[in-house]
Design a protein around this ligand. Structure first.
Ligand code: GLU
Length: 304
């Protein structure tokens, strides 16, 4: 297994960590509220040596830049989050991005993260602004016309976030006549439109903008993947709650430039290894999204 937990690192931290070029102490403890119980350690990843990916133009670009440039979200706690005070990134997606980097032979700490909102993902990959993208990015056929996907590495479902004291929205059938906020270029906003759930849609660029509007009572609900909404609810449990059953399937993929099948296969190999018994996936989950007590089924990689 190309994986080791940090337990060993912690034991020797008094000795030689500063002399070691690998990722150091588990400073990224996620953004969730601590509950006093011992949080699982953030995993570290062994950096693969002498990786060669013949015929991958994207890998060639990473090599010439010297590190991967990875598109992410930075306002989605638990998934892709940049701490405004420390500048540190944390979350499930961030760890998946680091794990992939290590498997491509790059130090996870060398990643250059770039915030790219939902509506900009395809273009960022097409333009080569990012080498790969890890940010609650649903795999679907429409997007596959422009980009390609490794994965899925997680499966979410569309849900609803409302103010804590709201009693009249308990599911998608209660949205008629309500102001519902979601994000440009996302599958949830498309679903609201396609299914005519409400005609009062507020369309913004990021989910945190929607959540701000919800806090101020300017919208009645925010809709997107349950995994994202749970992160906001966990940050401010006195203000918000996630309600109802999920009403879509959102398999998350790692977005890649469309024609780079060599890279896609390599990333799928890495993801597959992470899903094996004792692999990185479960450890990443436990140290990020799983901290709230949620459990998740491991996805099956779909190669194409
Ligand atoms: N997973 C959905 C999508 O890819 C919603 C989350 C997002 O916008 O990132 O559109």
């Amino acid at each position: 297994m190309r994986f080791r937990t940090l337990a060993v690192g912690l034991l020797i931290s008094g000795l030689a960590l500063s002399a070691c070029g690998k990722e150091g102490a588990p400073t990224d403890s996620g953004s969730g509220e601590g509950n006093g119980s011992a949080a699982p350690e953030m995993p570290t990843y062994e950096v693969a040596k002498d990786v060669k990916l013949e015929g991958s133009p994207t890998f060639d670009k990473m090599k010439s830049v010297g590190h991967p440039i990875v598109g992410v979200k930075e306002d989605q706690p638990g998934l892709g989050y940049k701490d405004p005070t420390t500048g540190k990134y944390s979350g499930f997606d961030i760890e998946i991005a680091r794990y992939v980097a290590a498997n491509l032979g790059f130090e996870p700490e060398s990643i250059e993260f770039k915030a790219v909102p939902s509506a900009g993902r395809e273009q960022a990959l097409i333009n080569g602004d990012v080498h790969y993208y890890v940010g609650t990015y649903t795999i679907n056929d429409k997007r596959k016309q422009q980009v390609s996907f490794a994965g899925p590495y997680f499966v979410a479902g569309q849900g609803l976030l409302v103010q804590k004291d709201n009693t009249d929205i308990n599911g998608k059938d209660d949205l008629k006549g309500k102001k519902v906020c979601s994000v440009s270029g996302s599958t949830p906003i498309q679903n609201v439109r396609d299914q005519g759930m409400t005609d009062q849609i507020v369309e913004l660029q990021t989910y945190s903008q929607c959540v701000n509007q919800l806090a101020q009572g300017q919208v009645d609900a925010v809709t997107t993947d349950d995994a994202i909404l749970k992160g906001y609810a966990a940050q401010e449990p006195d203000k918000f709650k996630v309600v109802g059953d999920t009403f879509s399937e959102e398999p998350y993929g790692i977005g890649l430039p469309k024609d780079d099948k060599v890279l896609r296969d390599k990333v799928n190999d890495a993801l597959e290894a992470s899903l094996e018994e004792g692999g990185a996936w479960q450890k990443i989950y436990d140290a990020t999204l799983g901290k709230s007590g949620s459990t998740a089924e491991k996805p099956a990689i779909e190669r194409y």
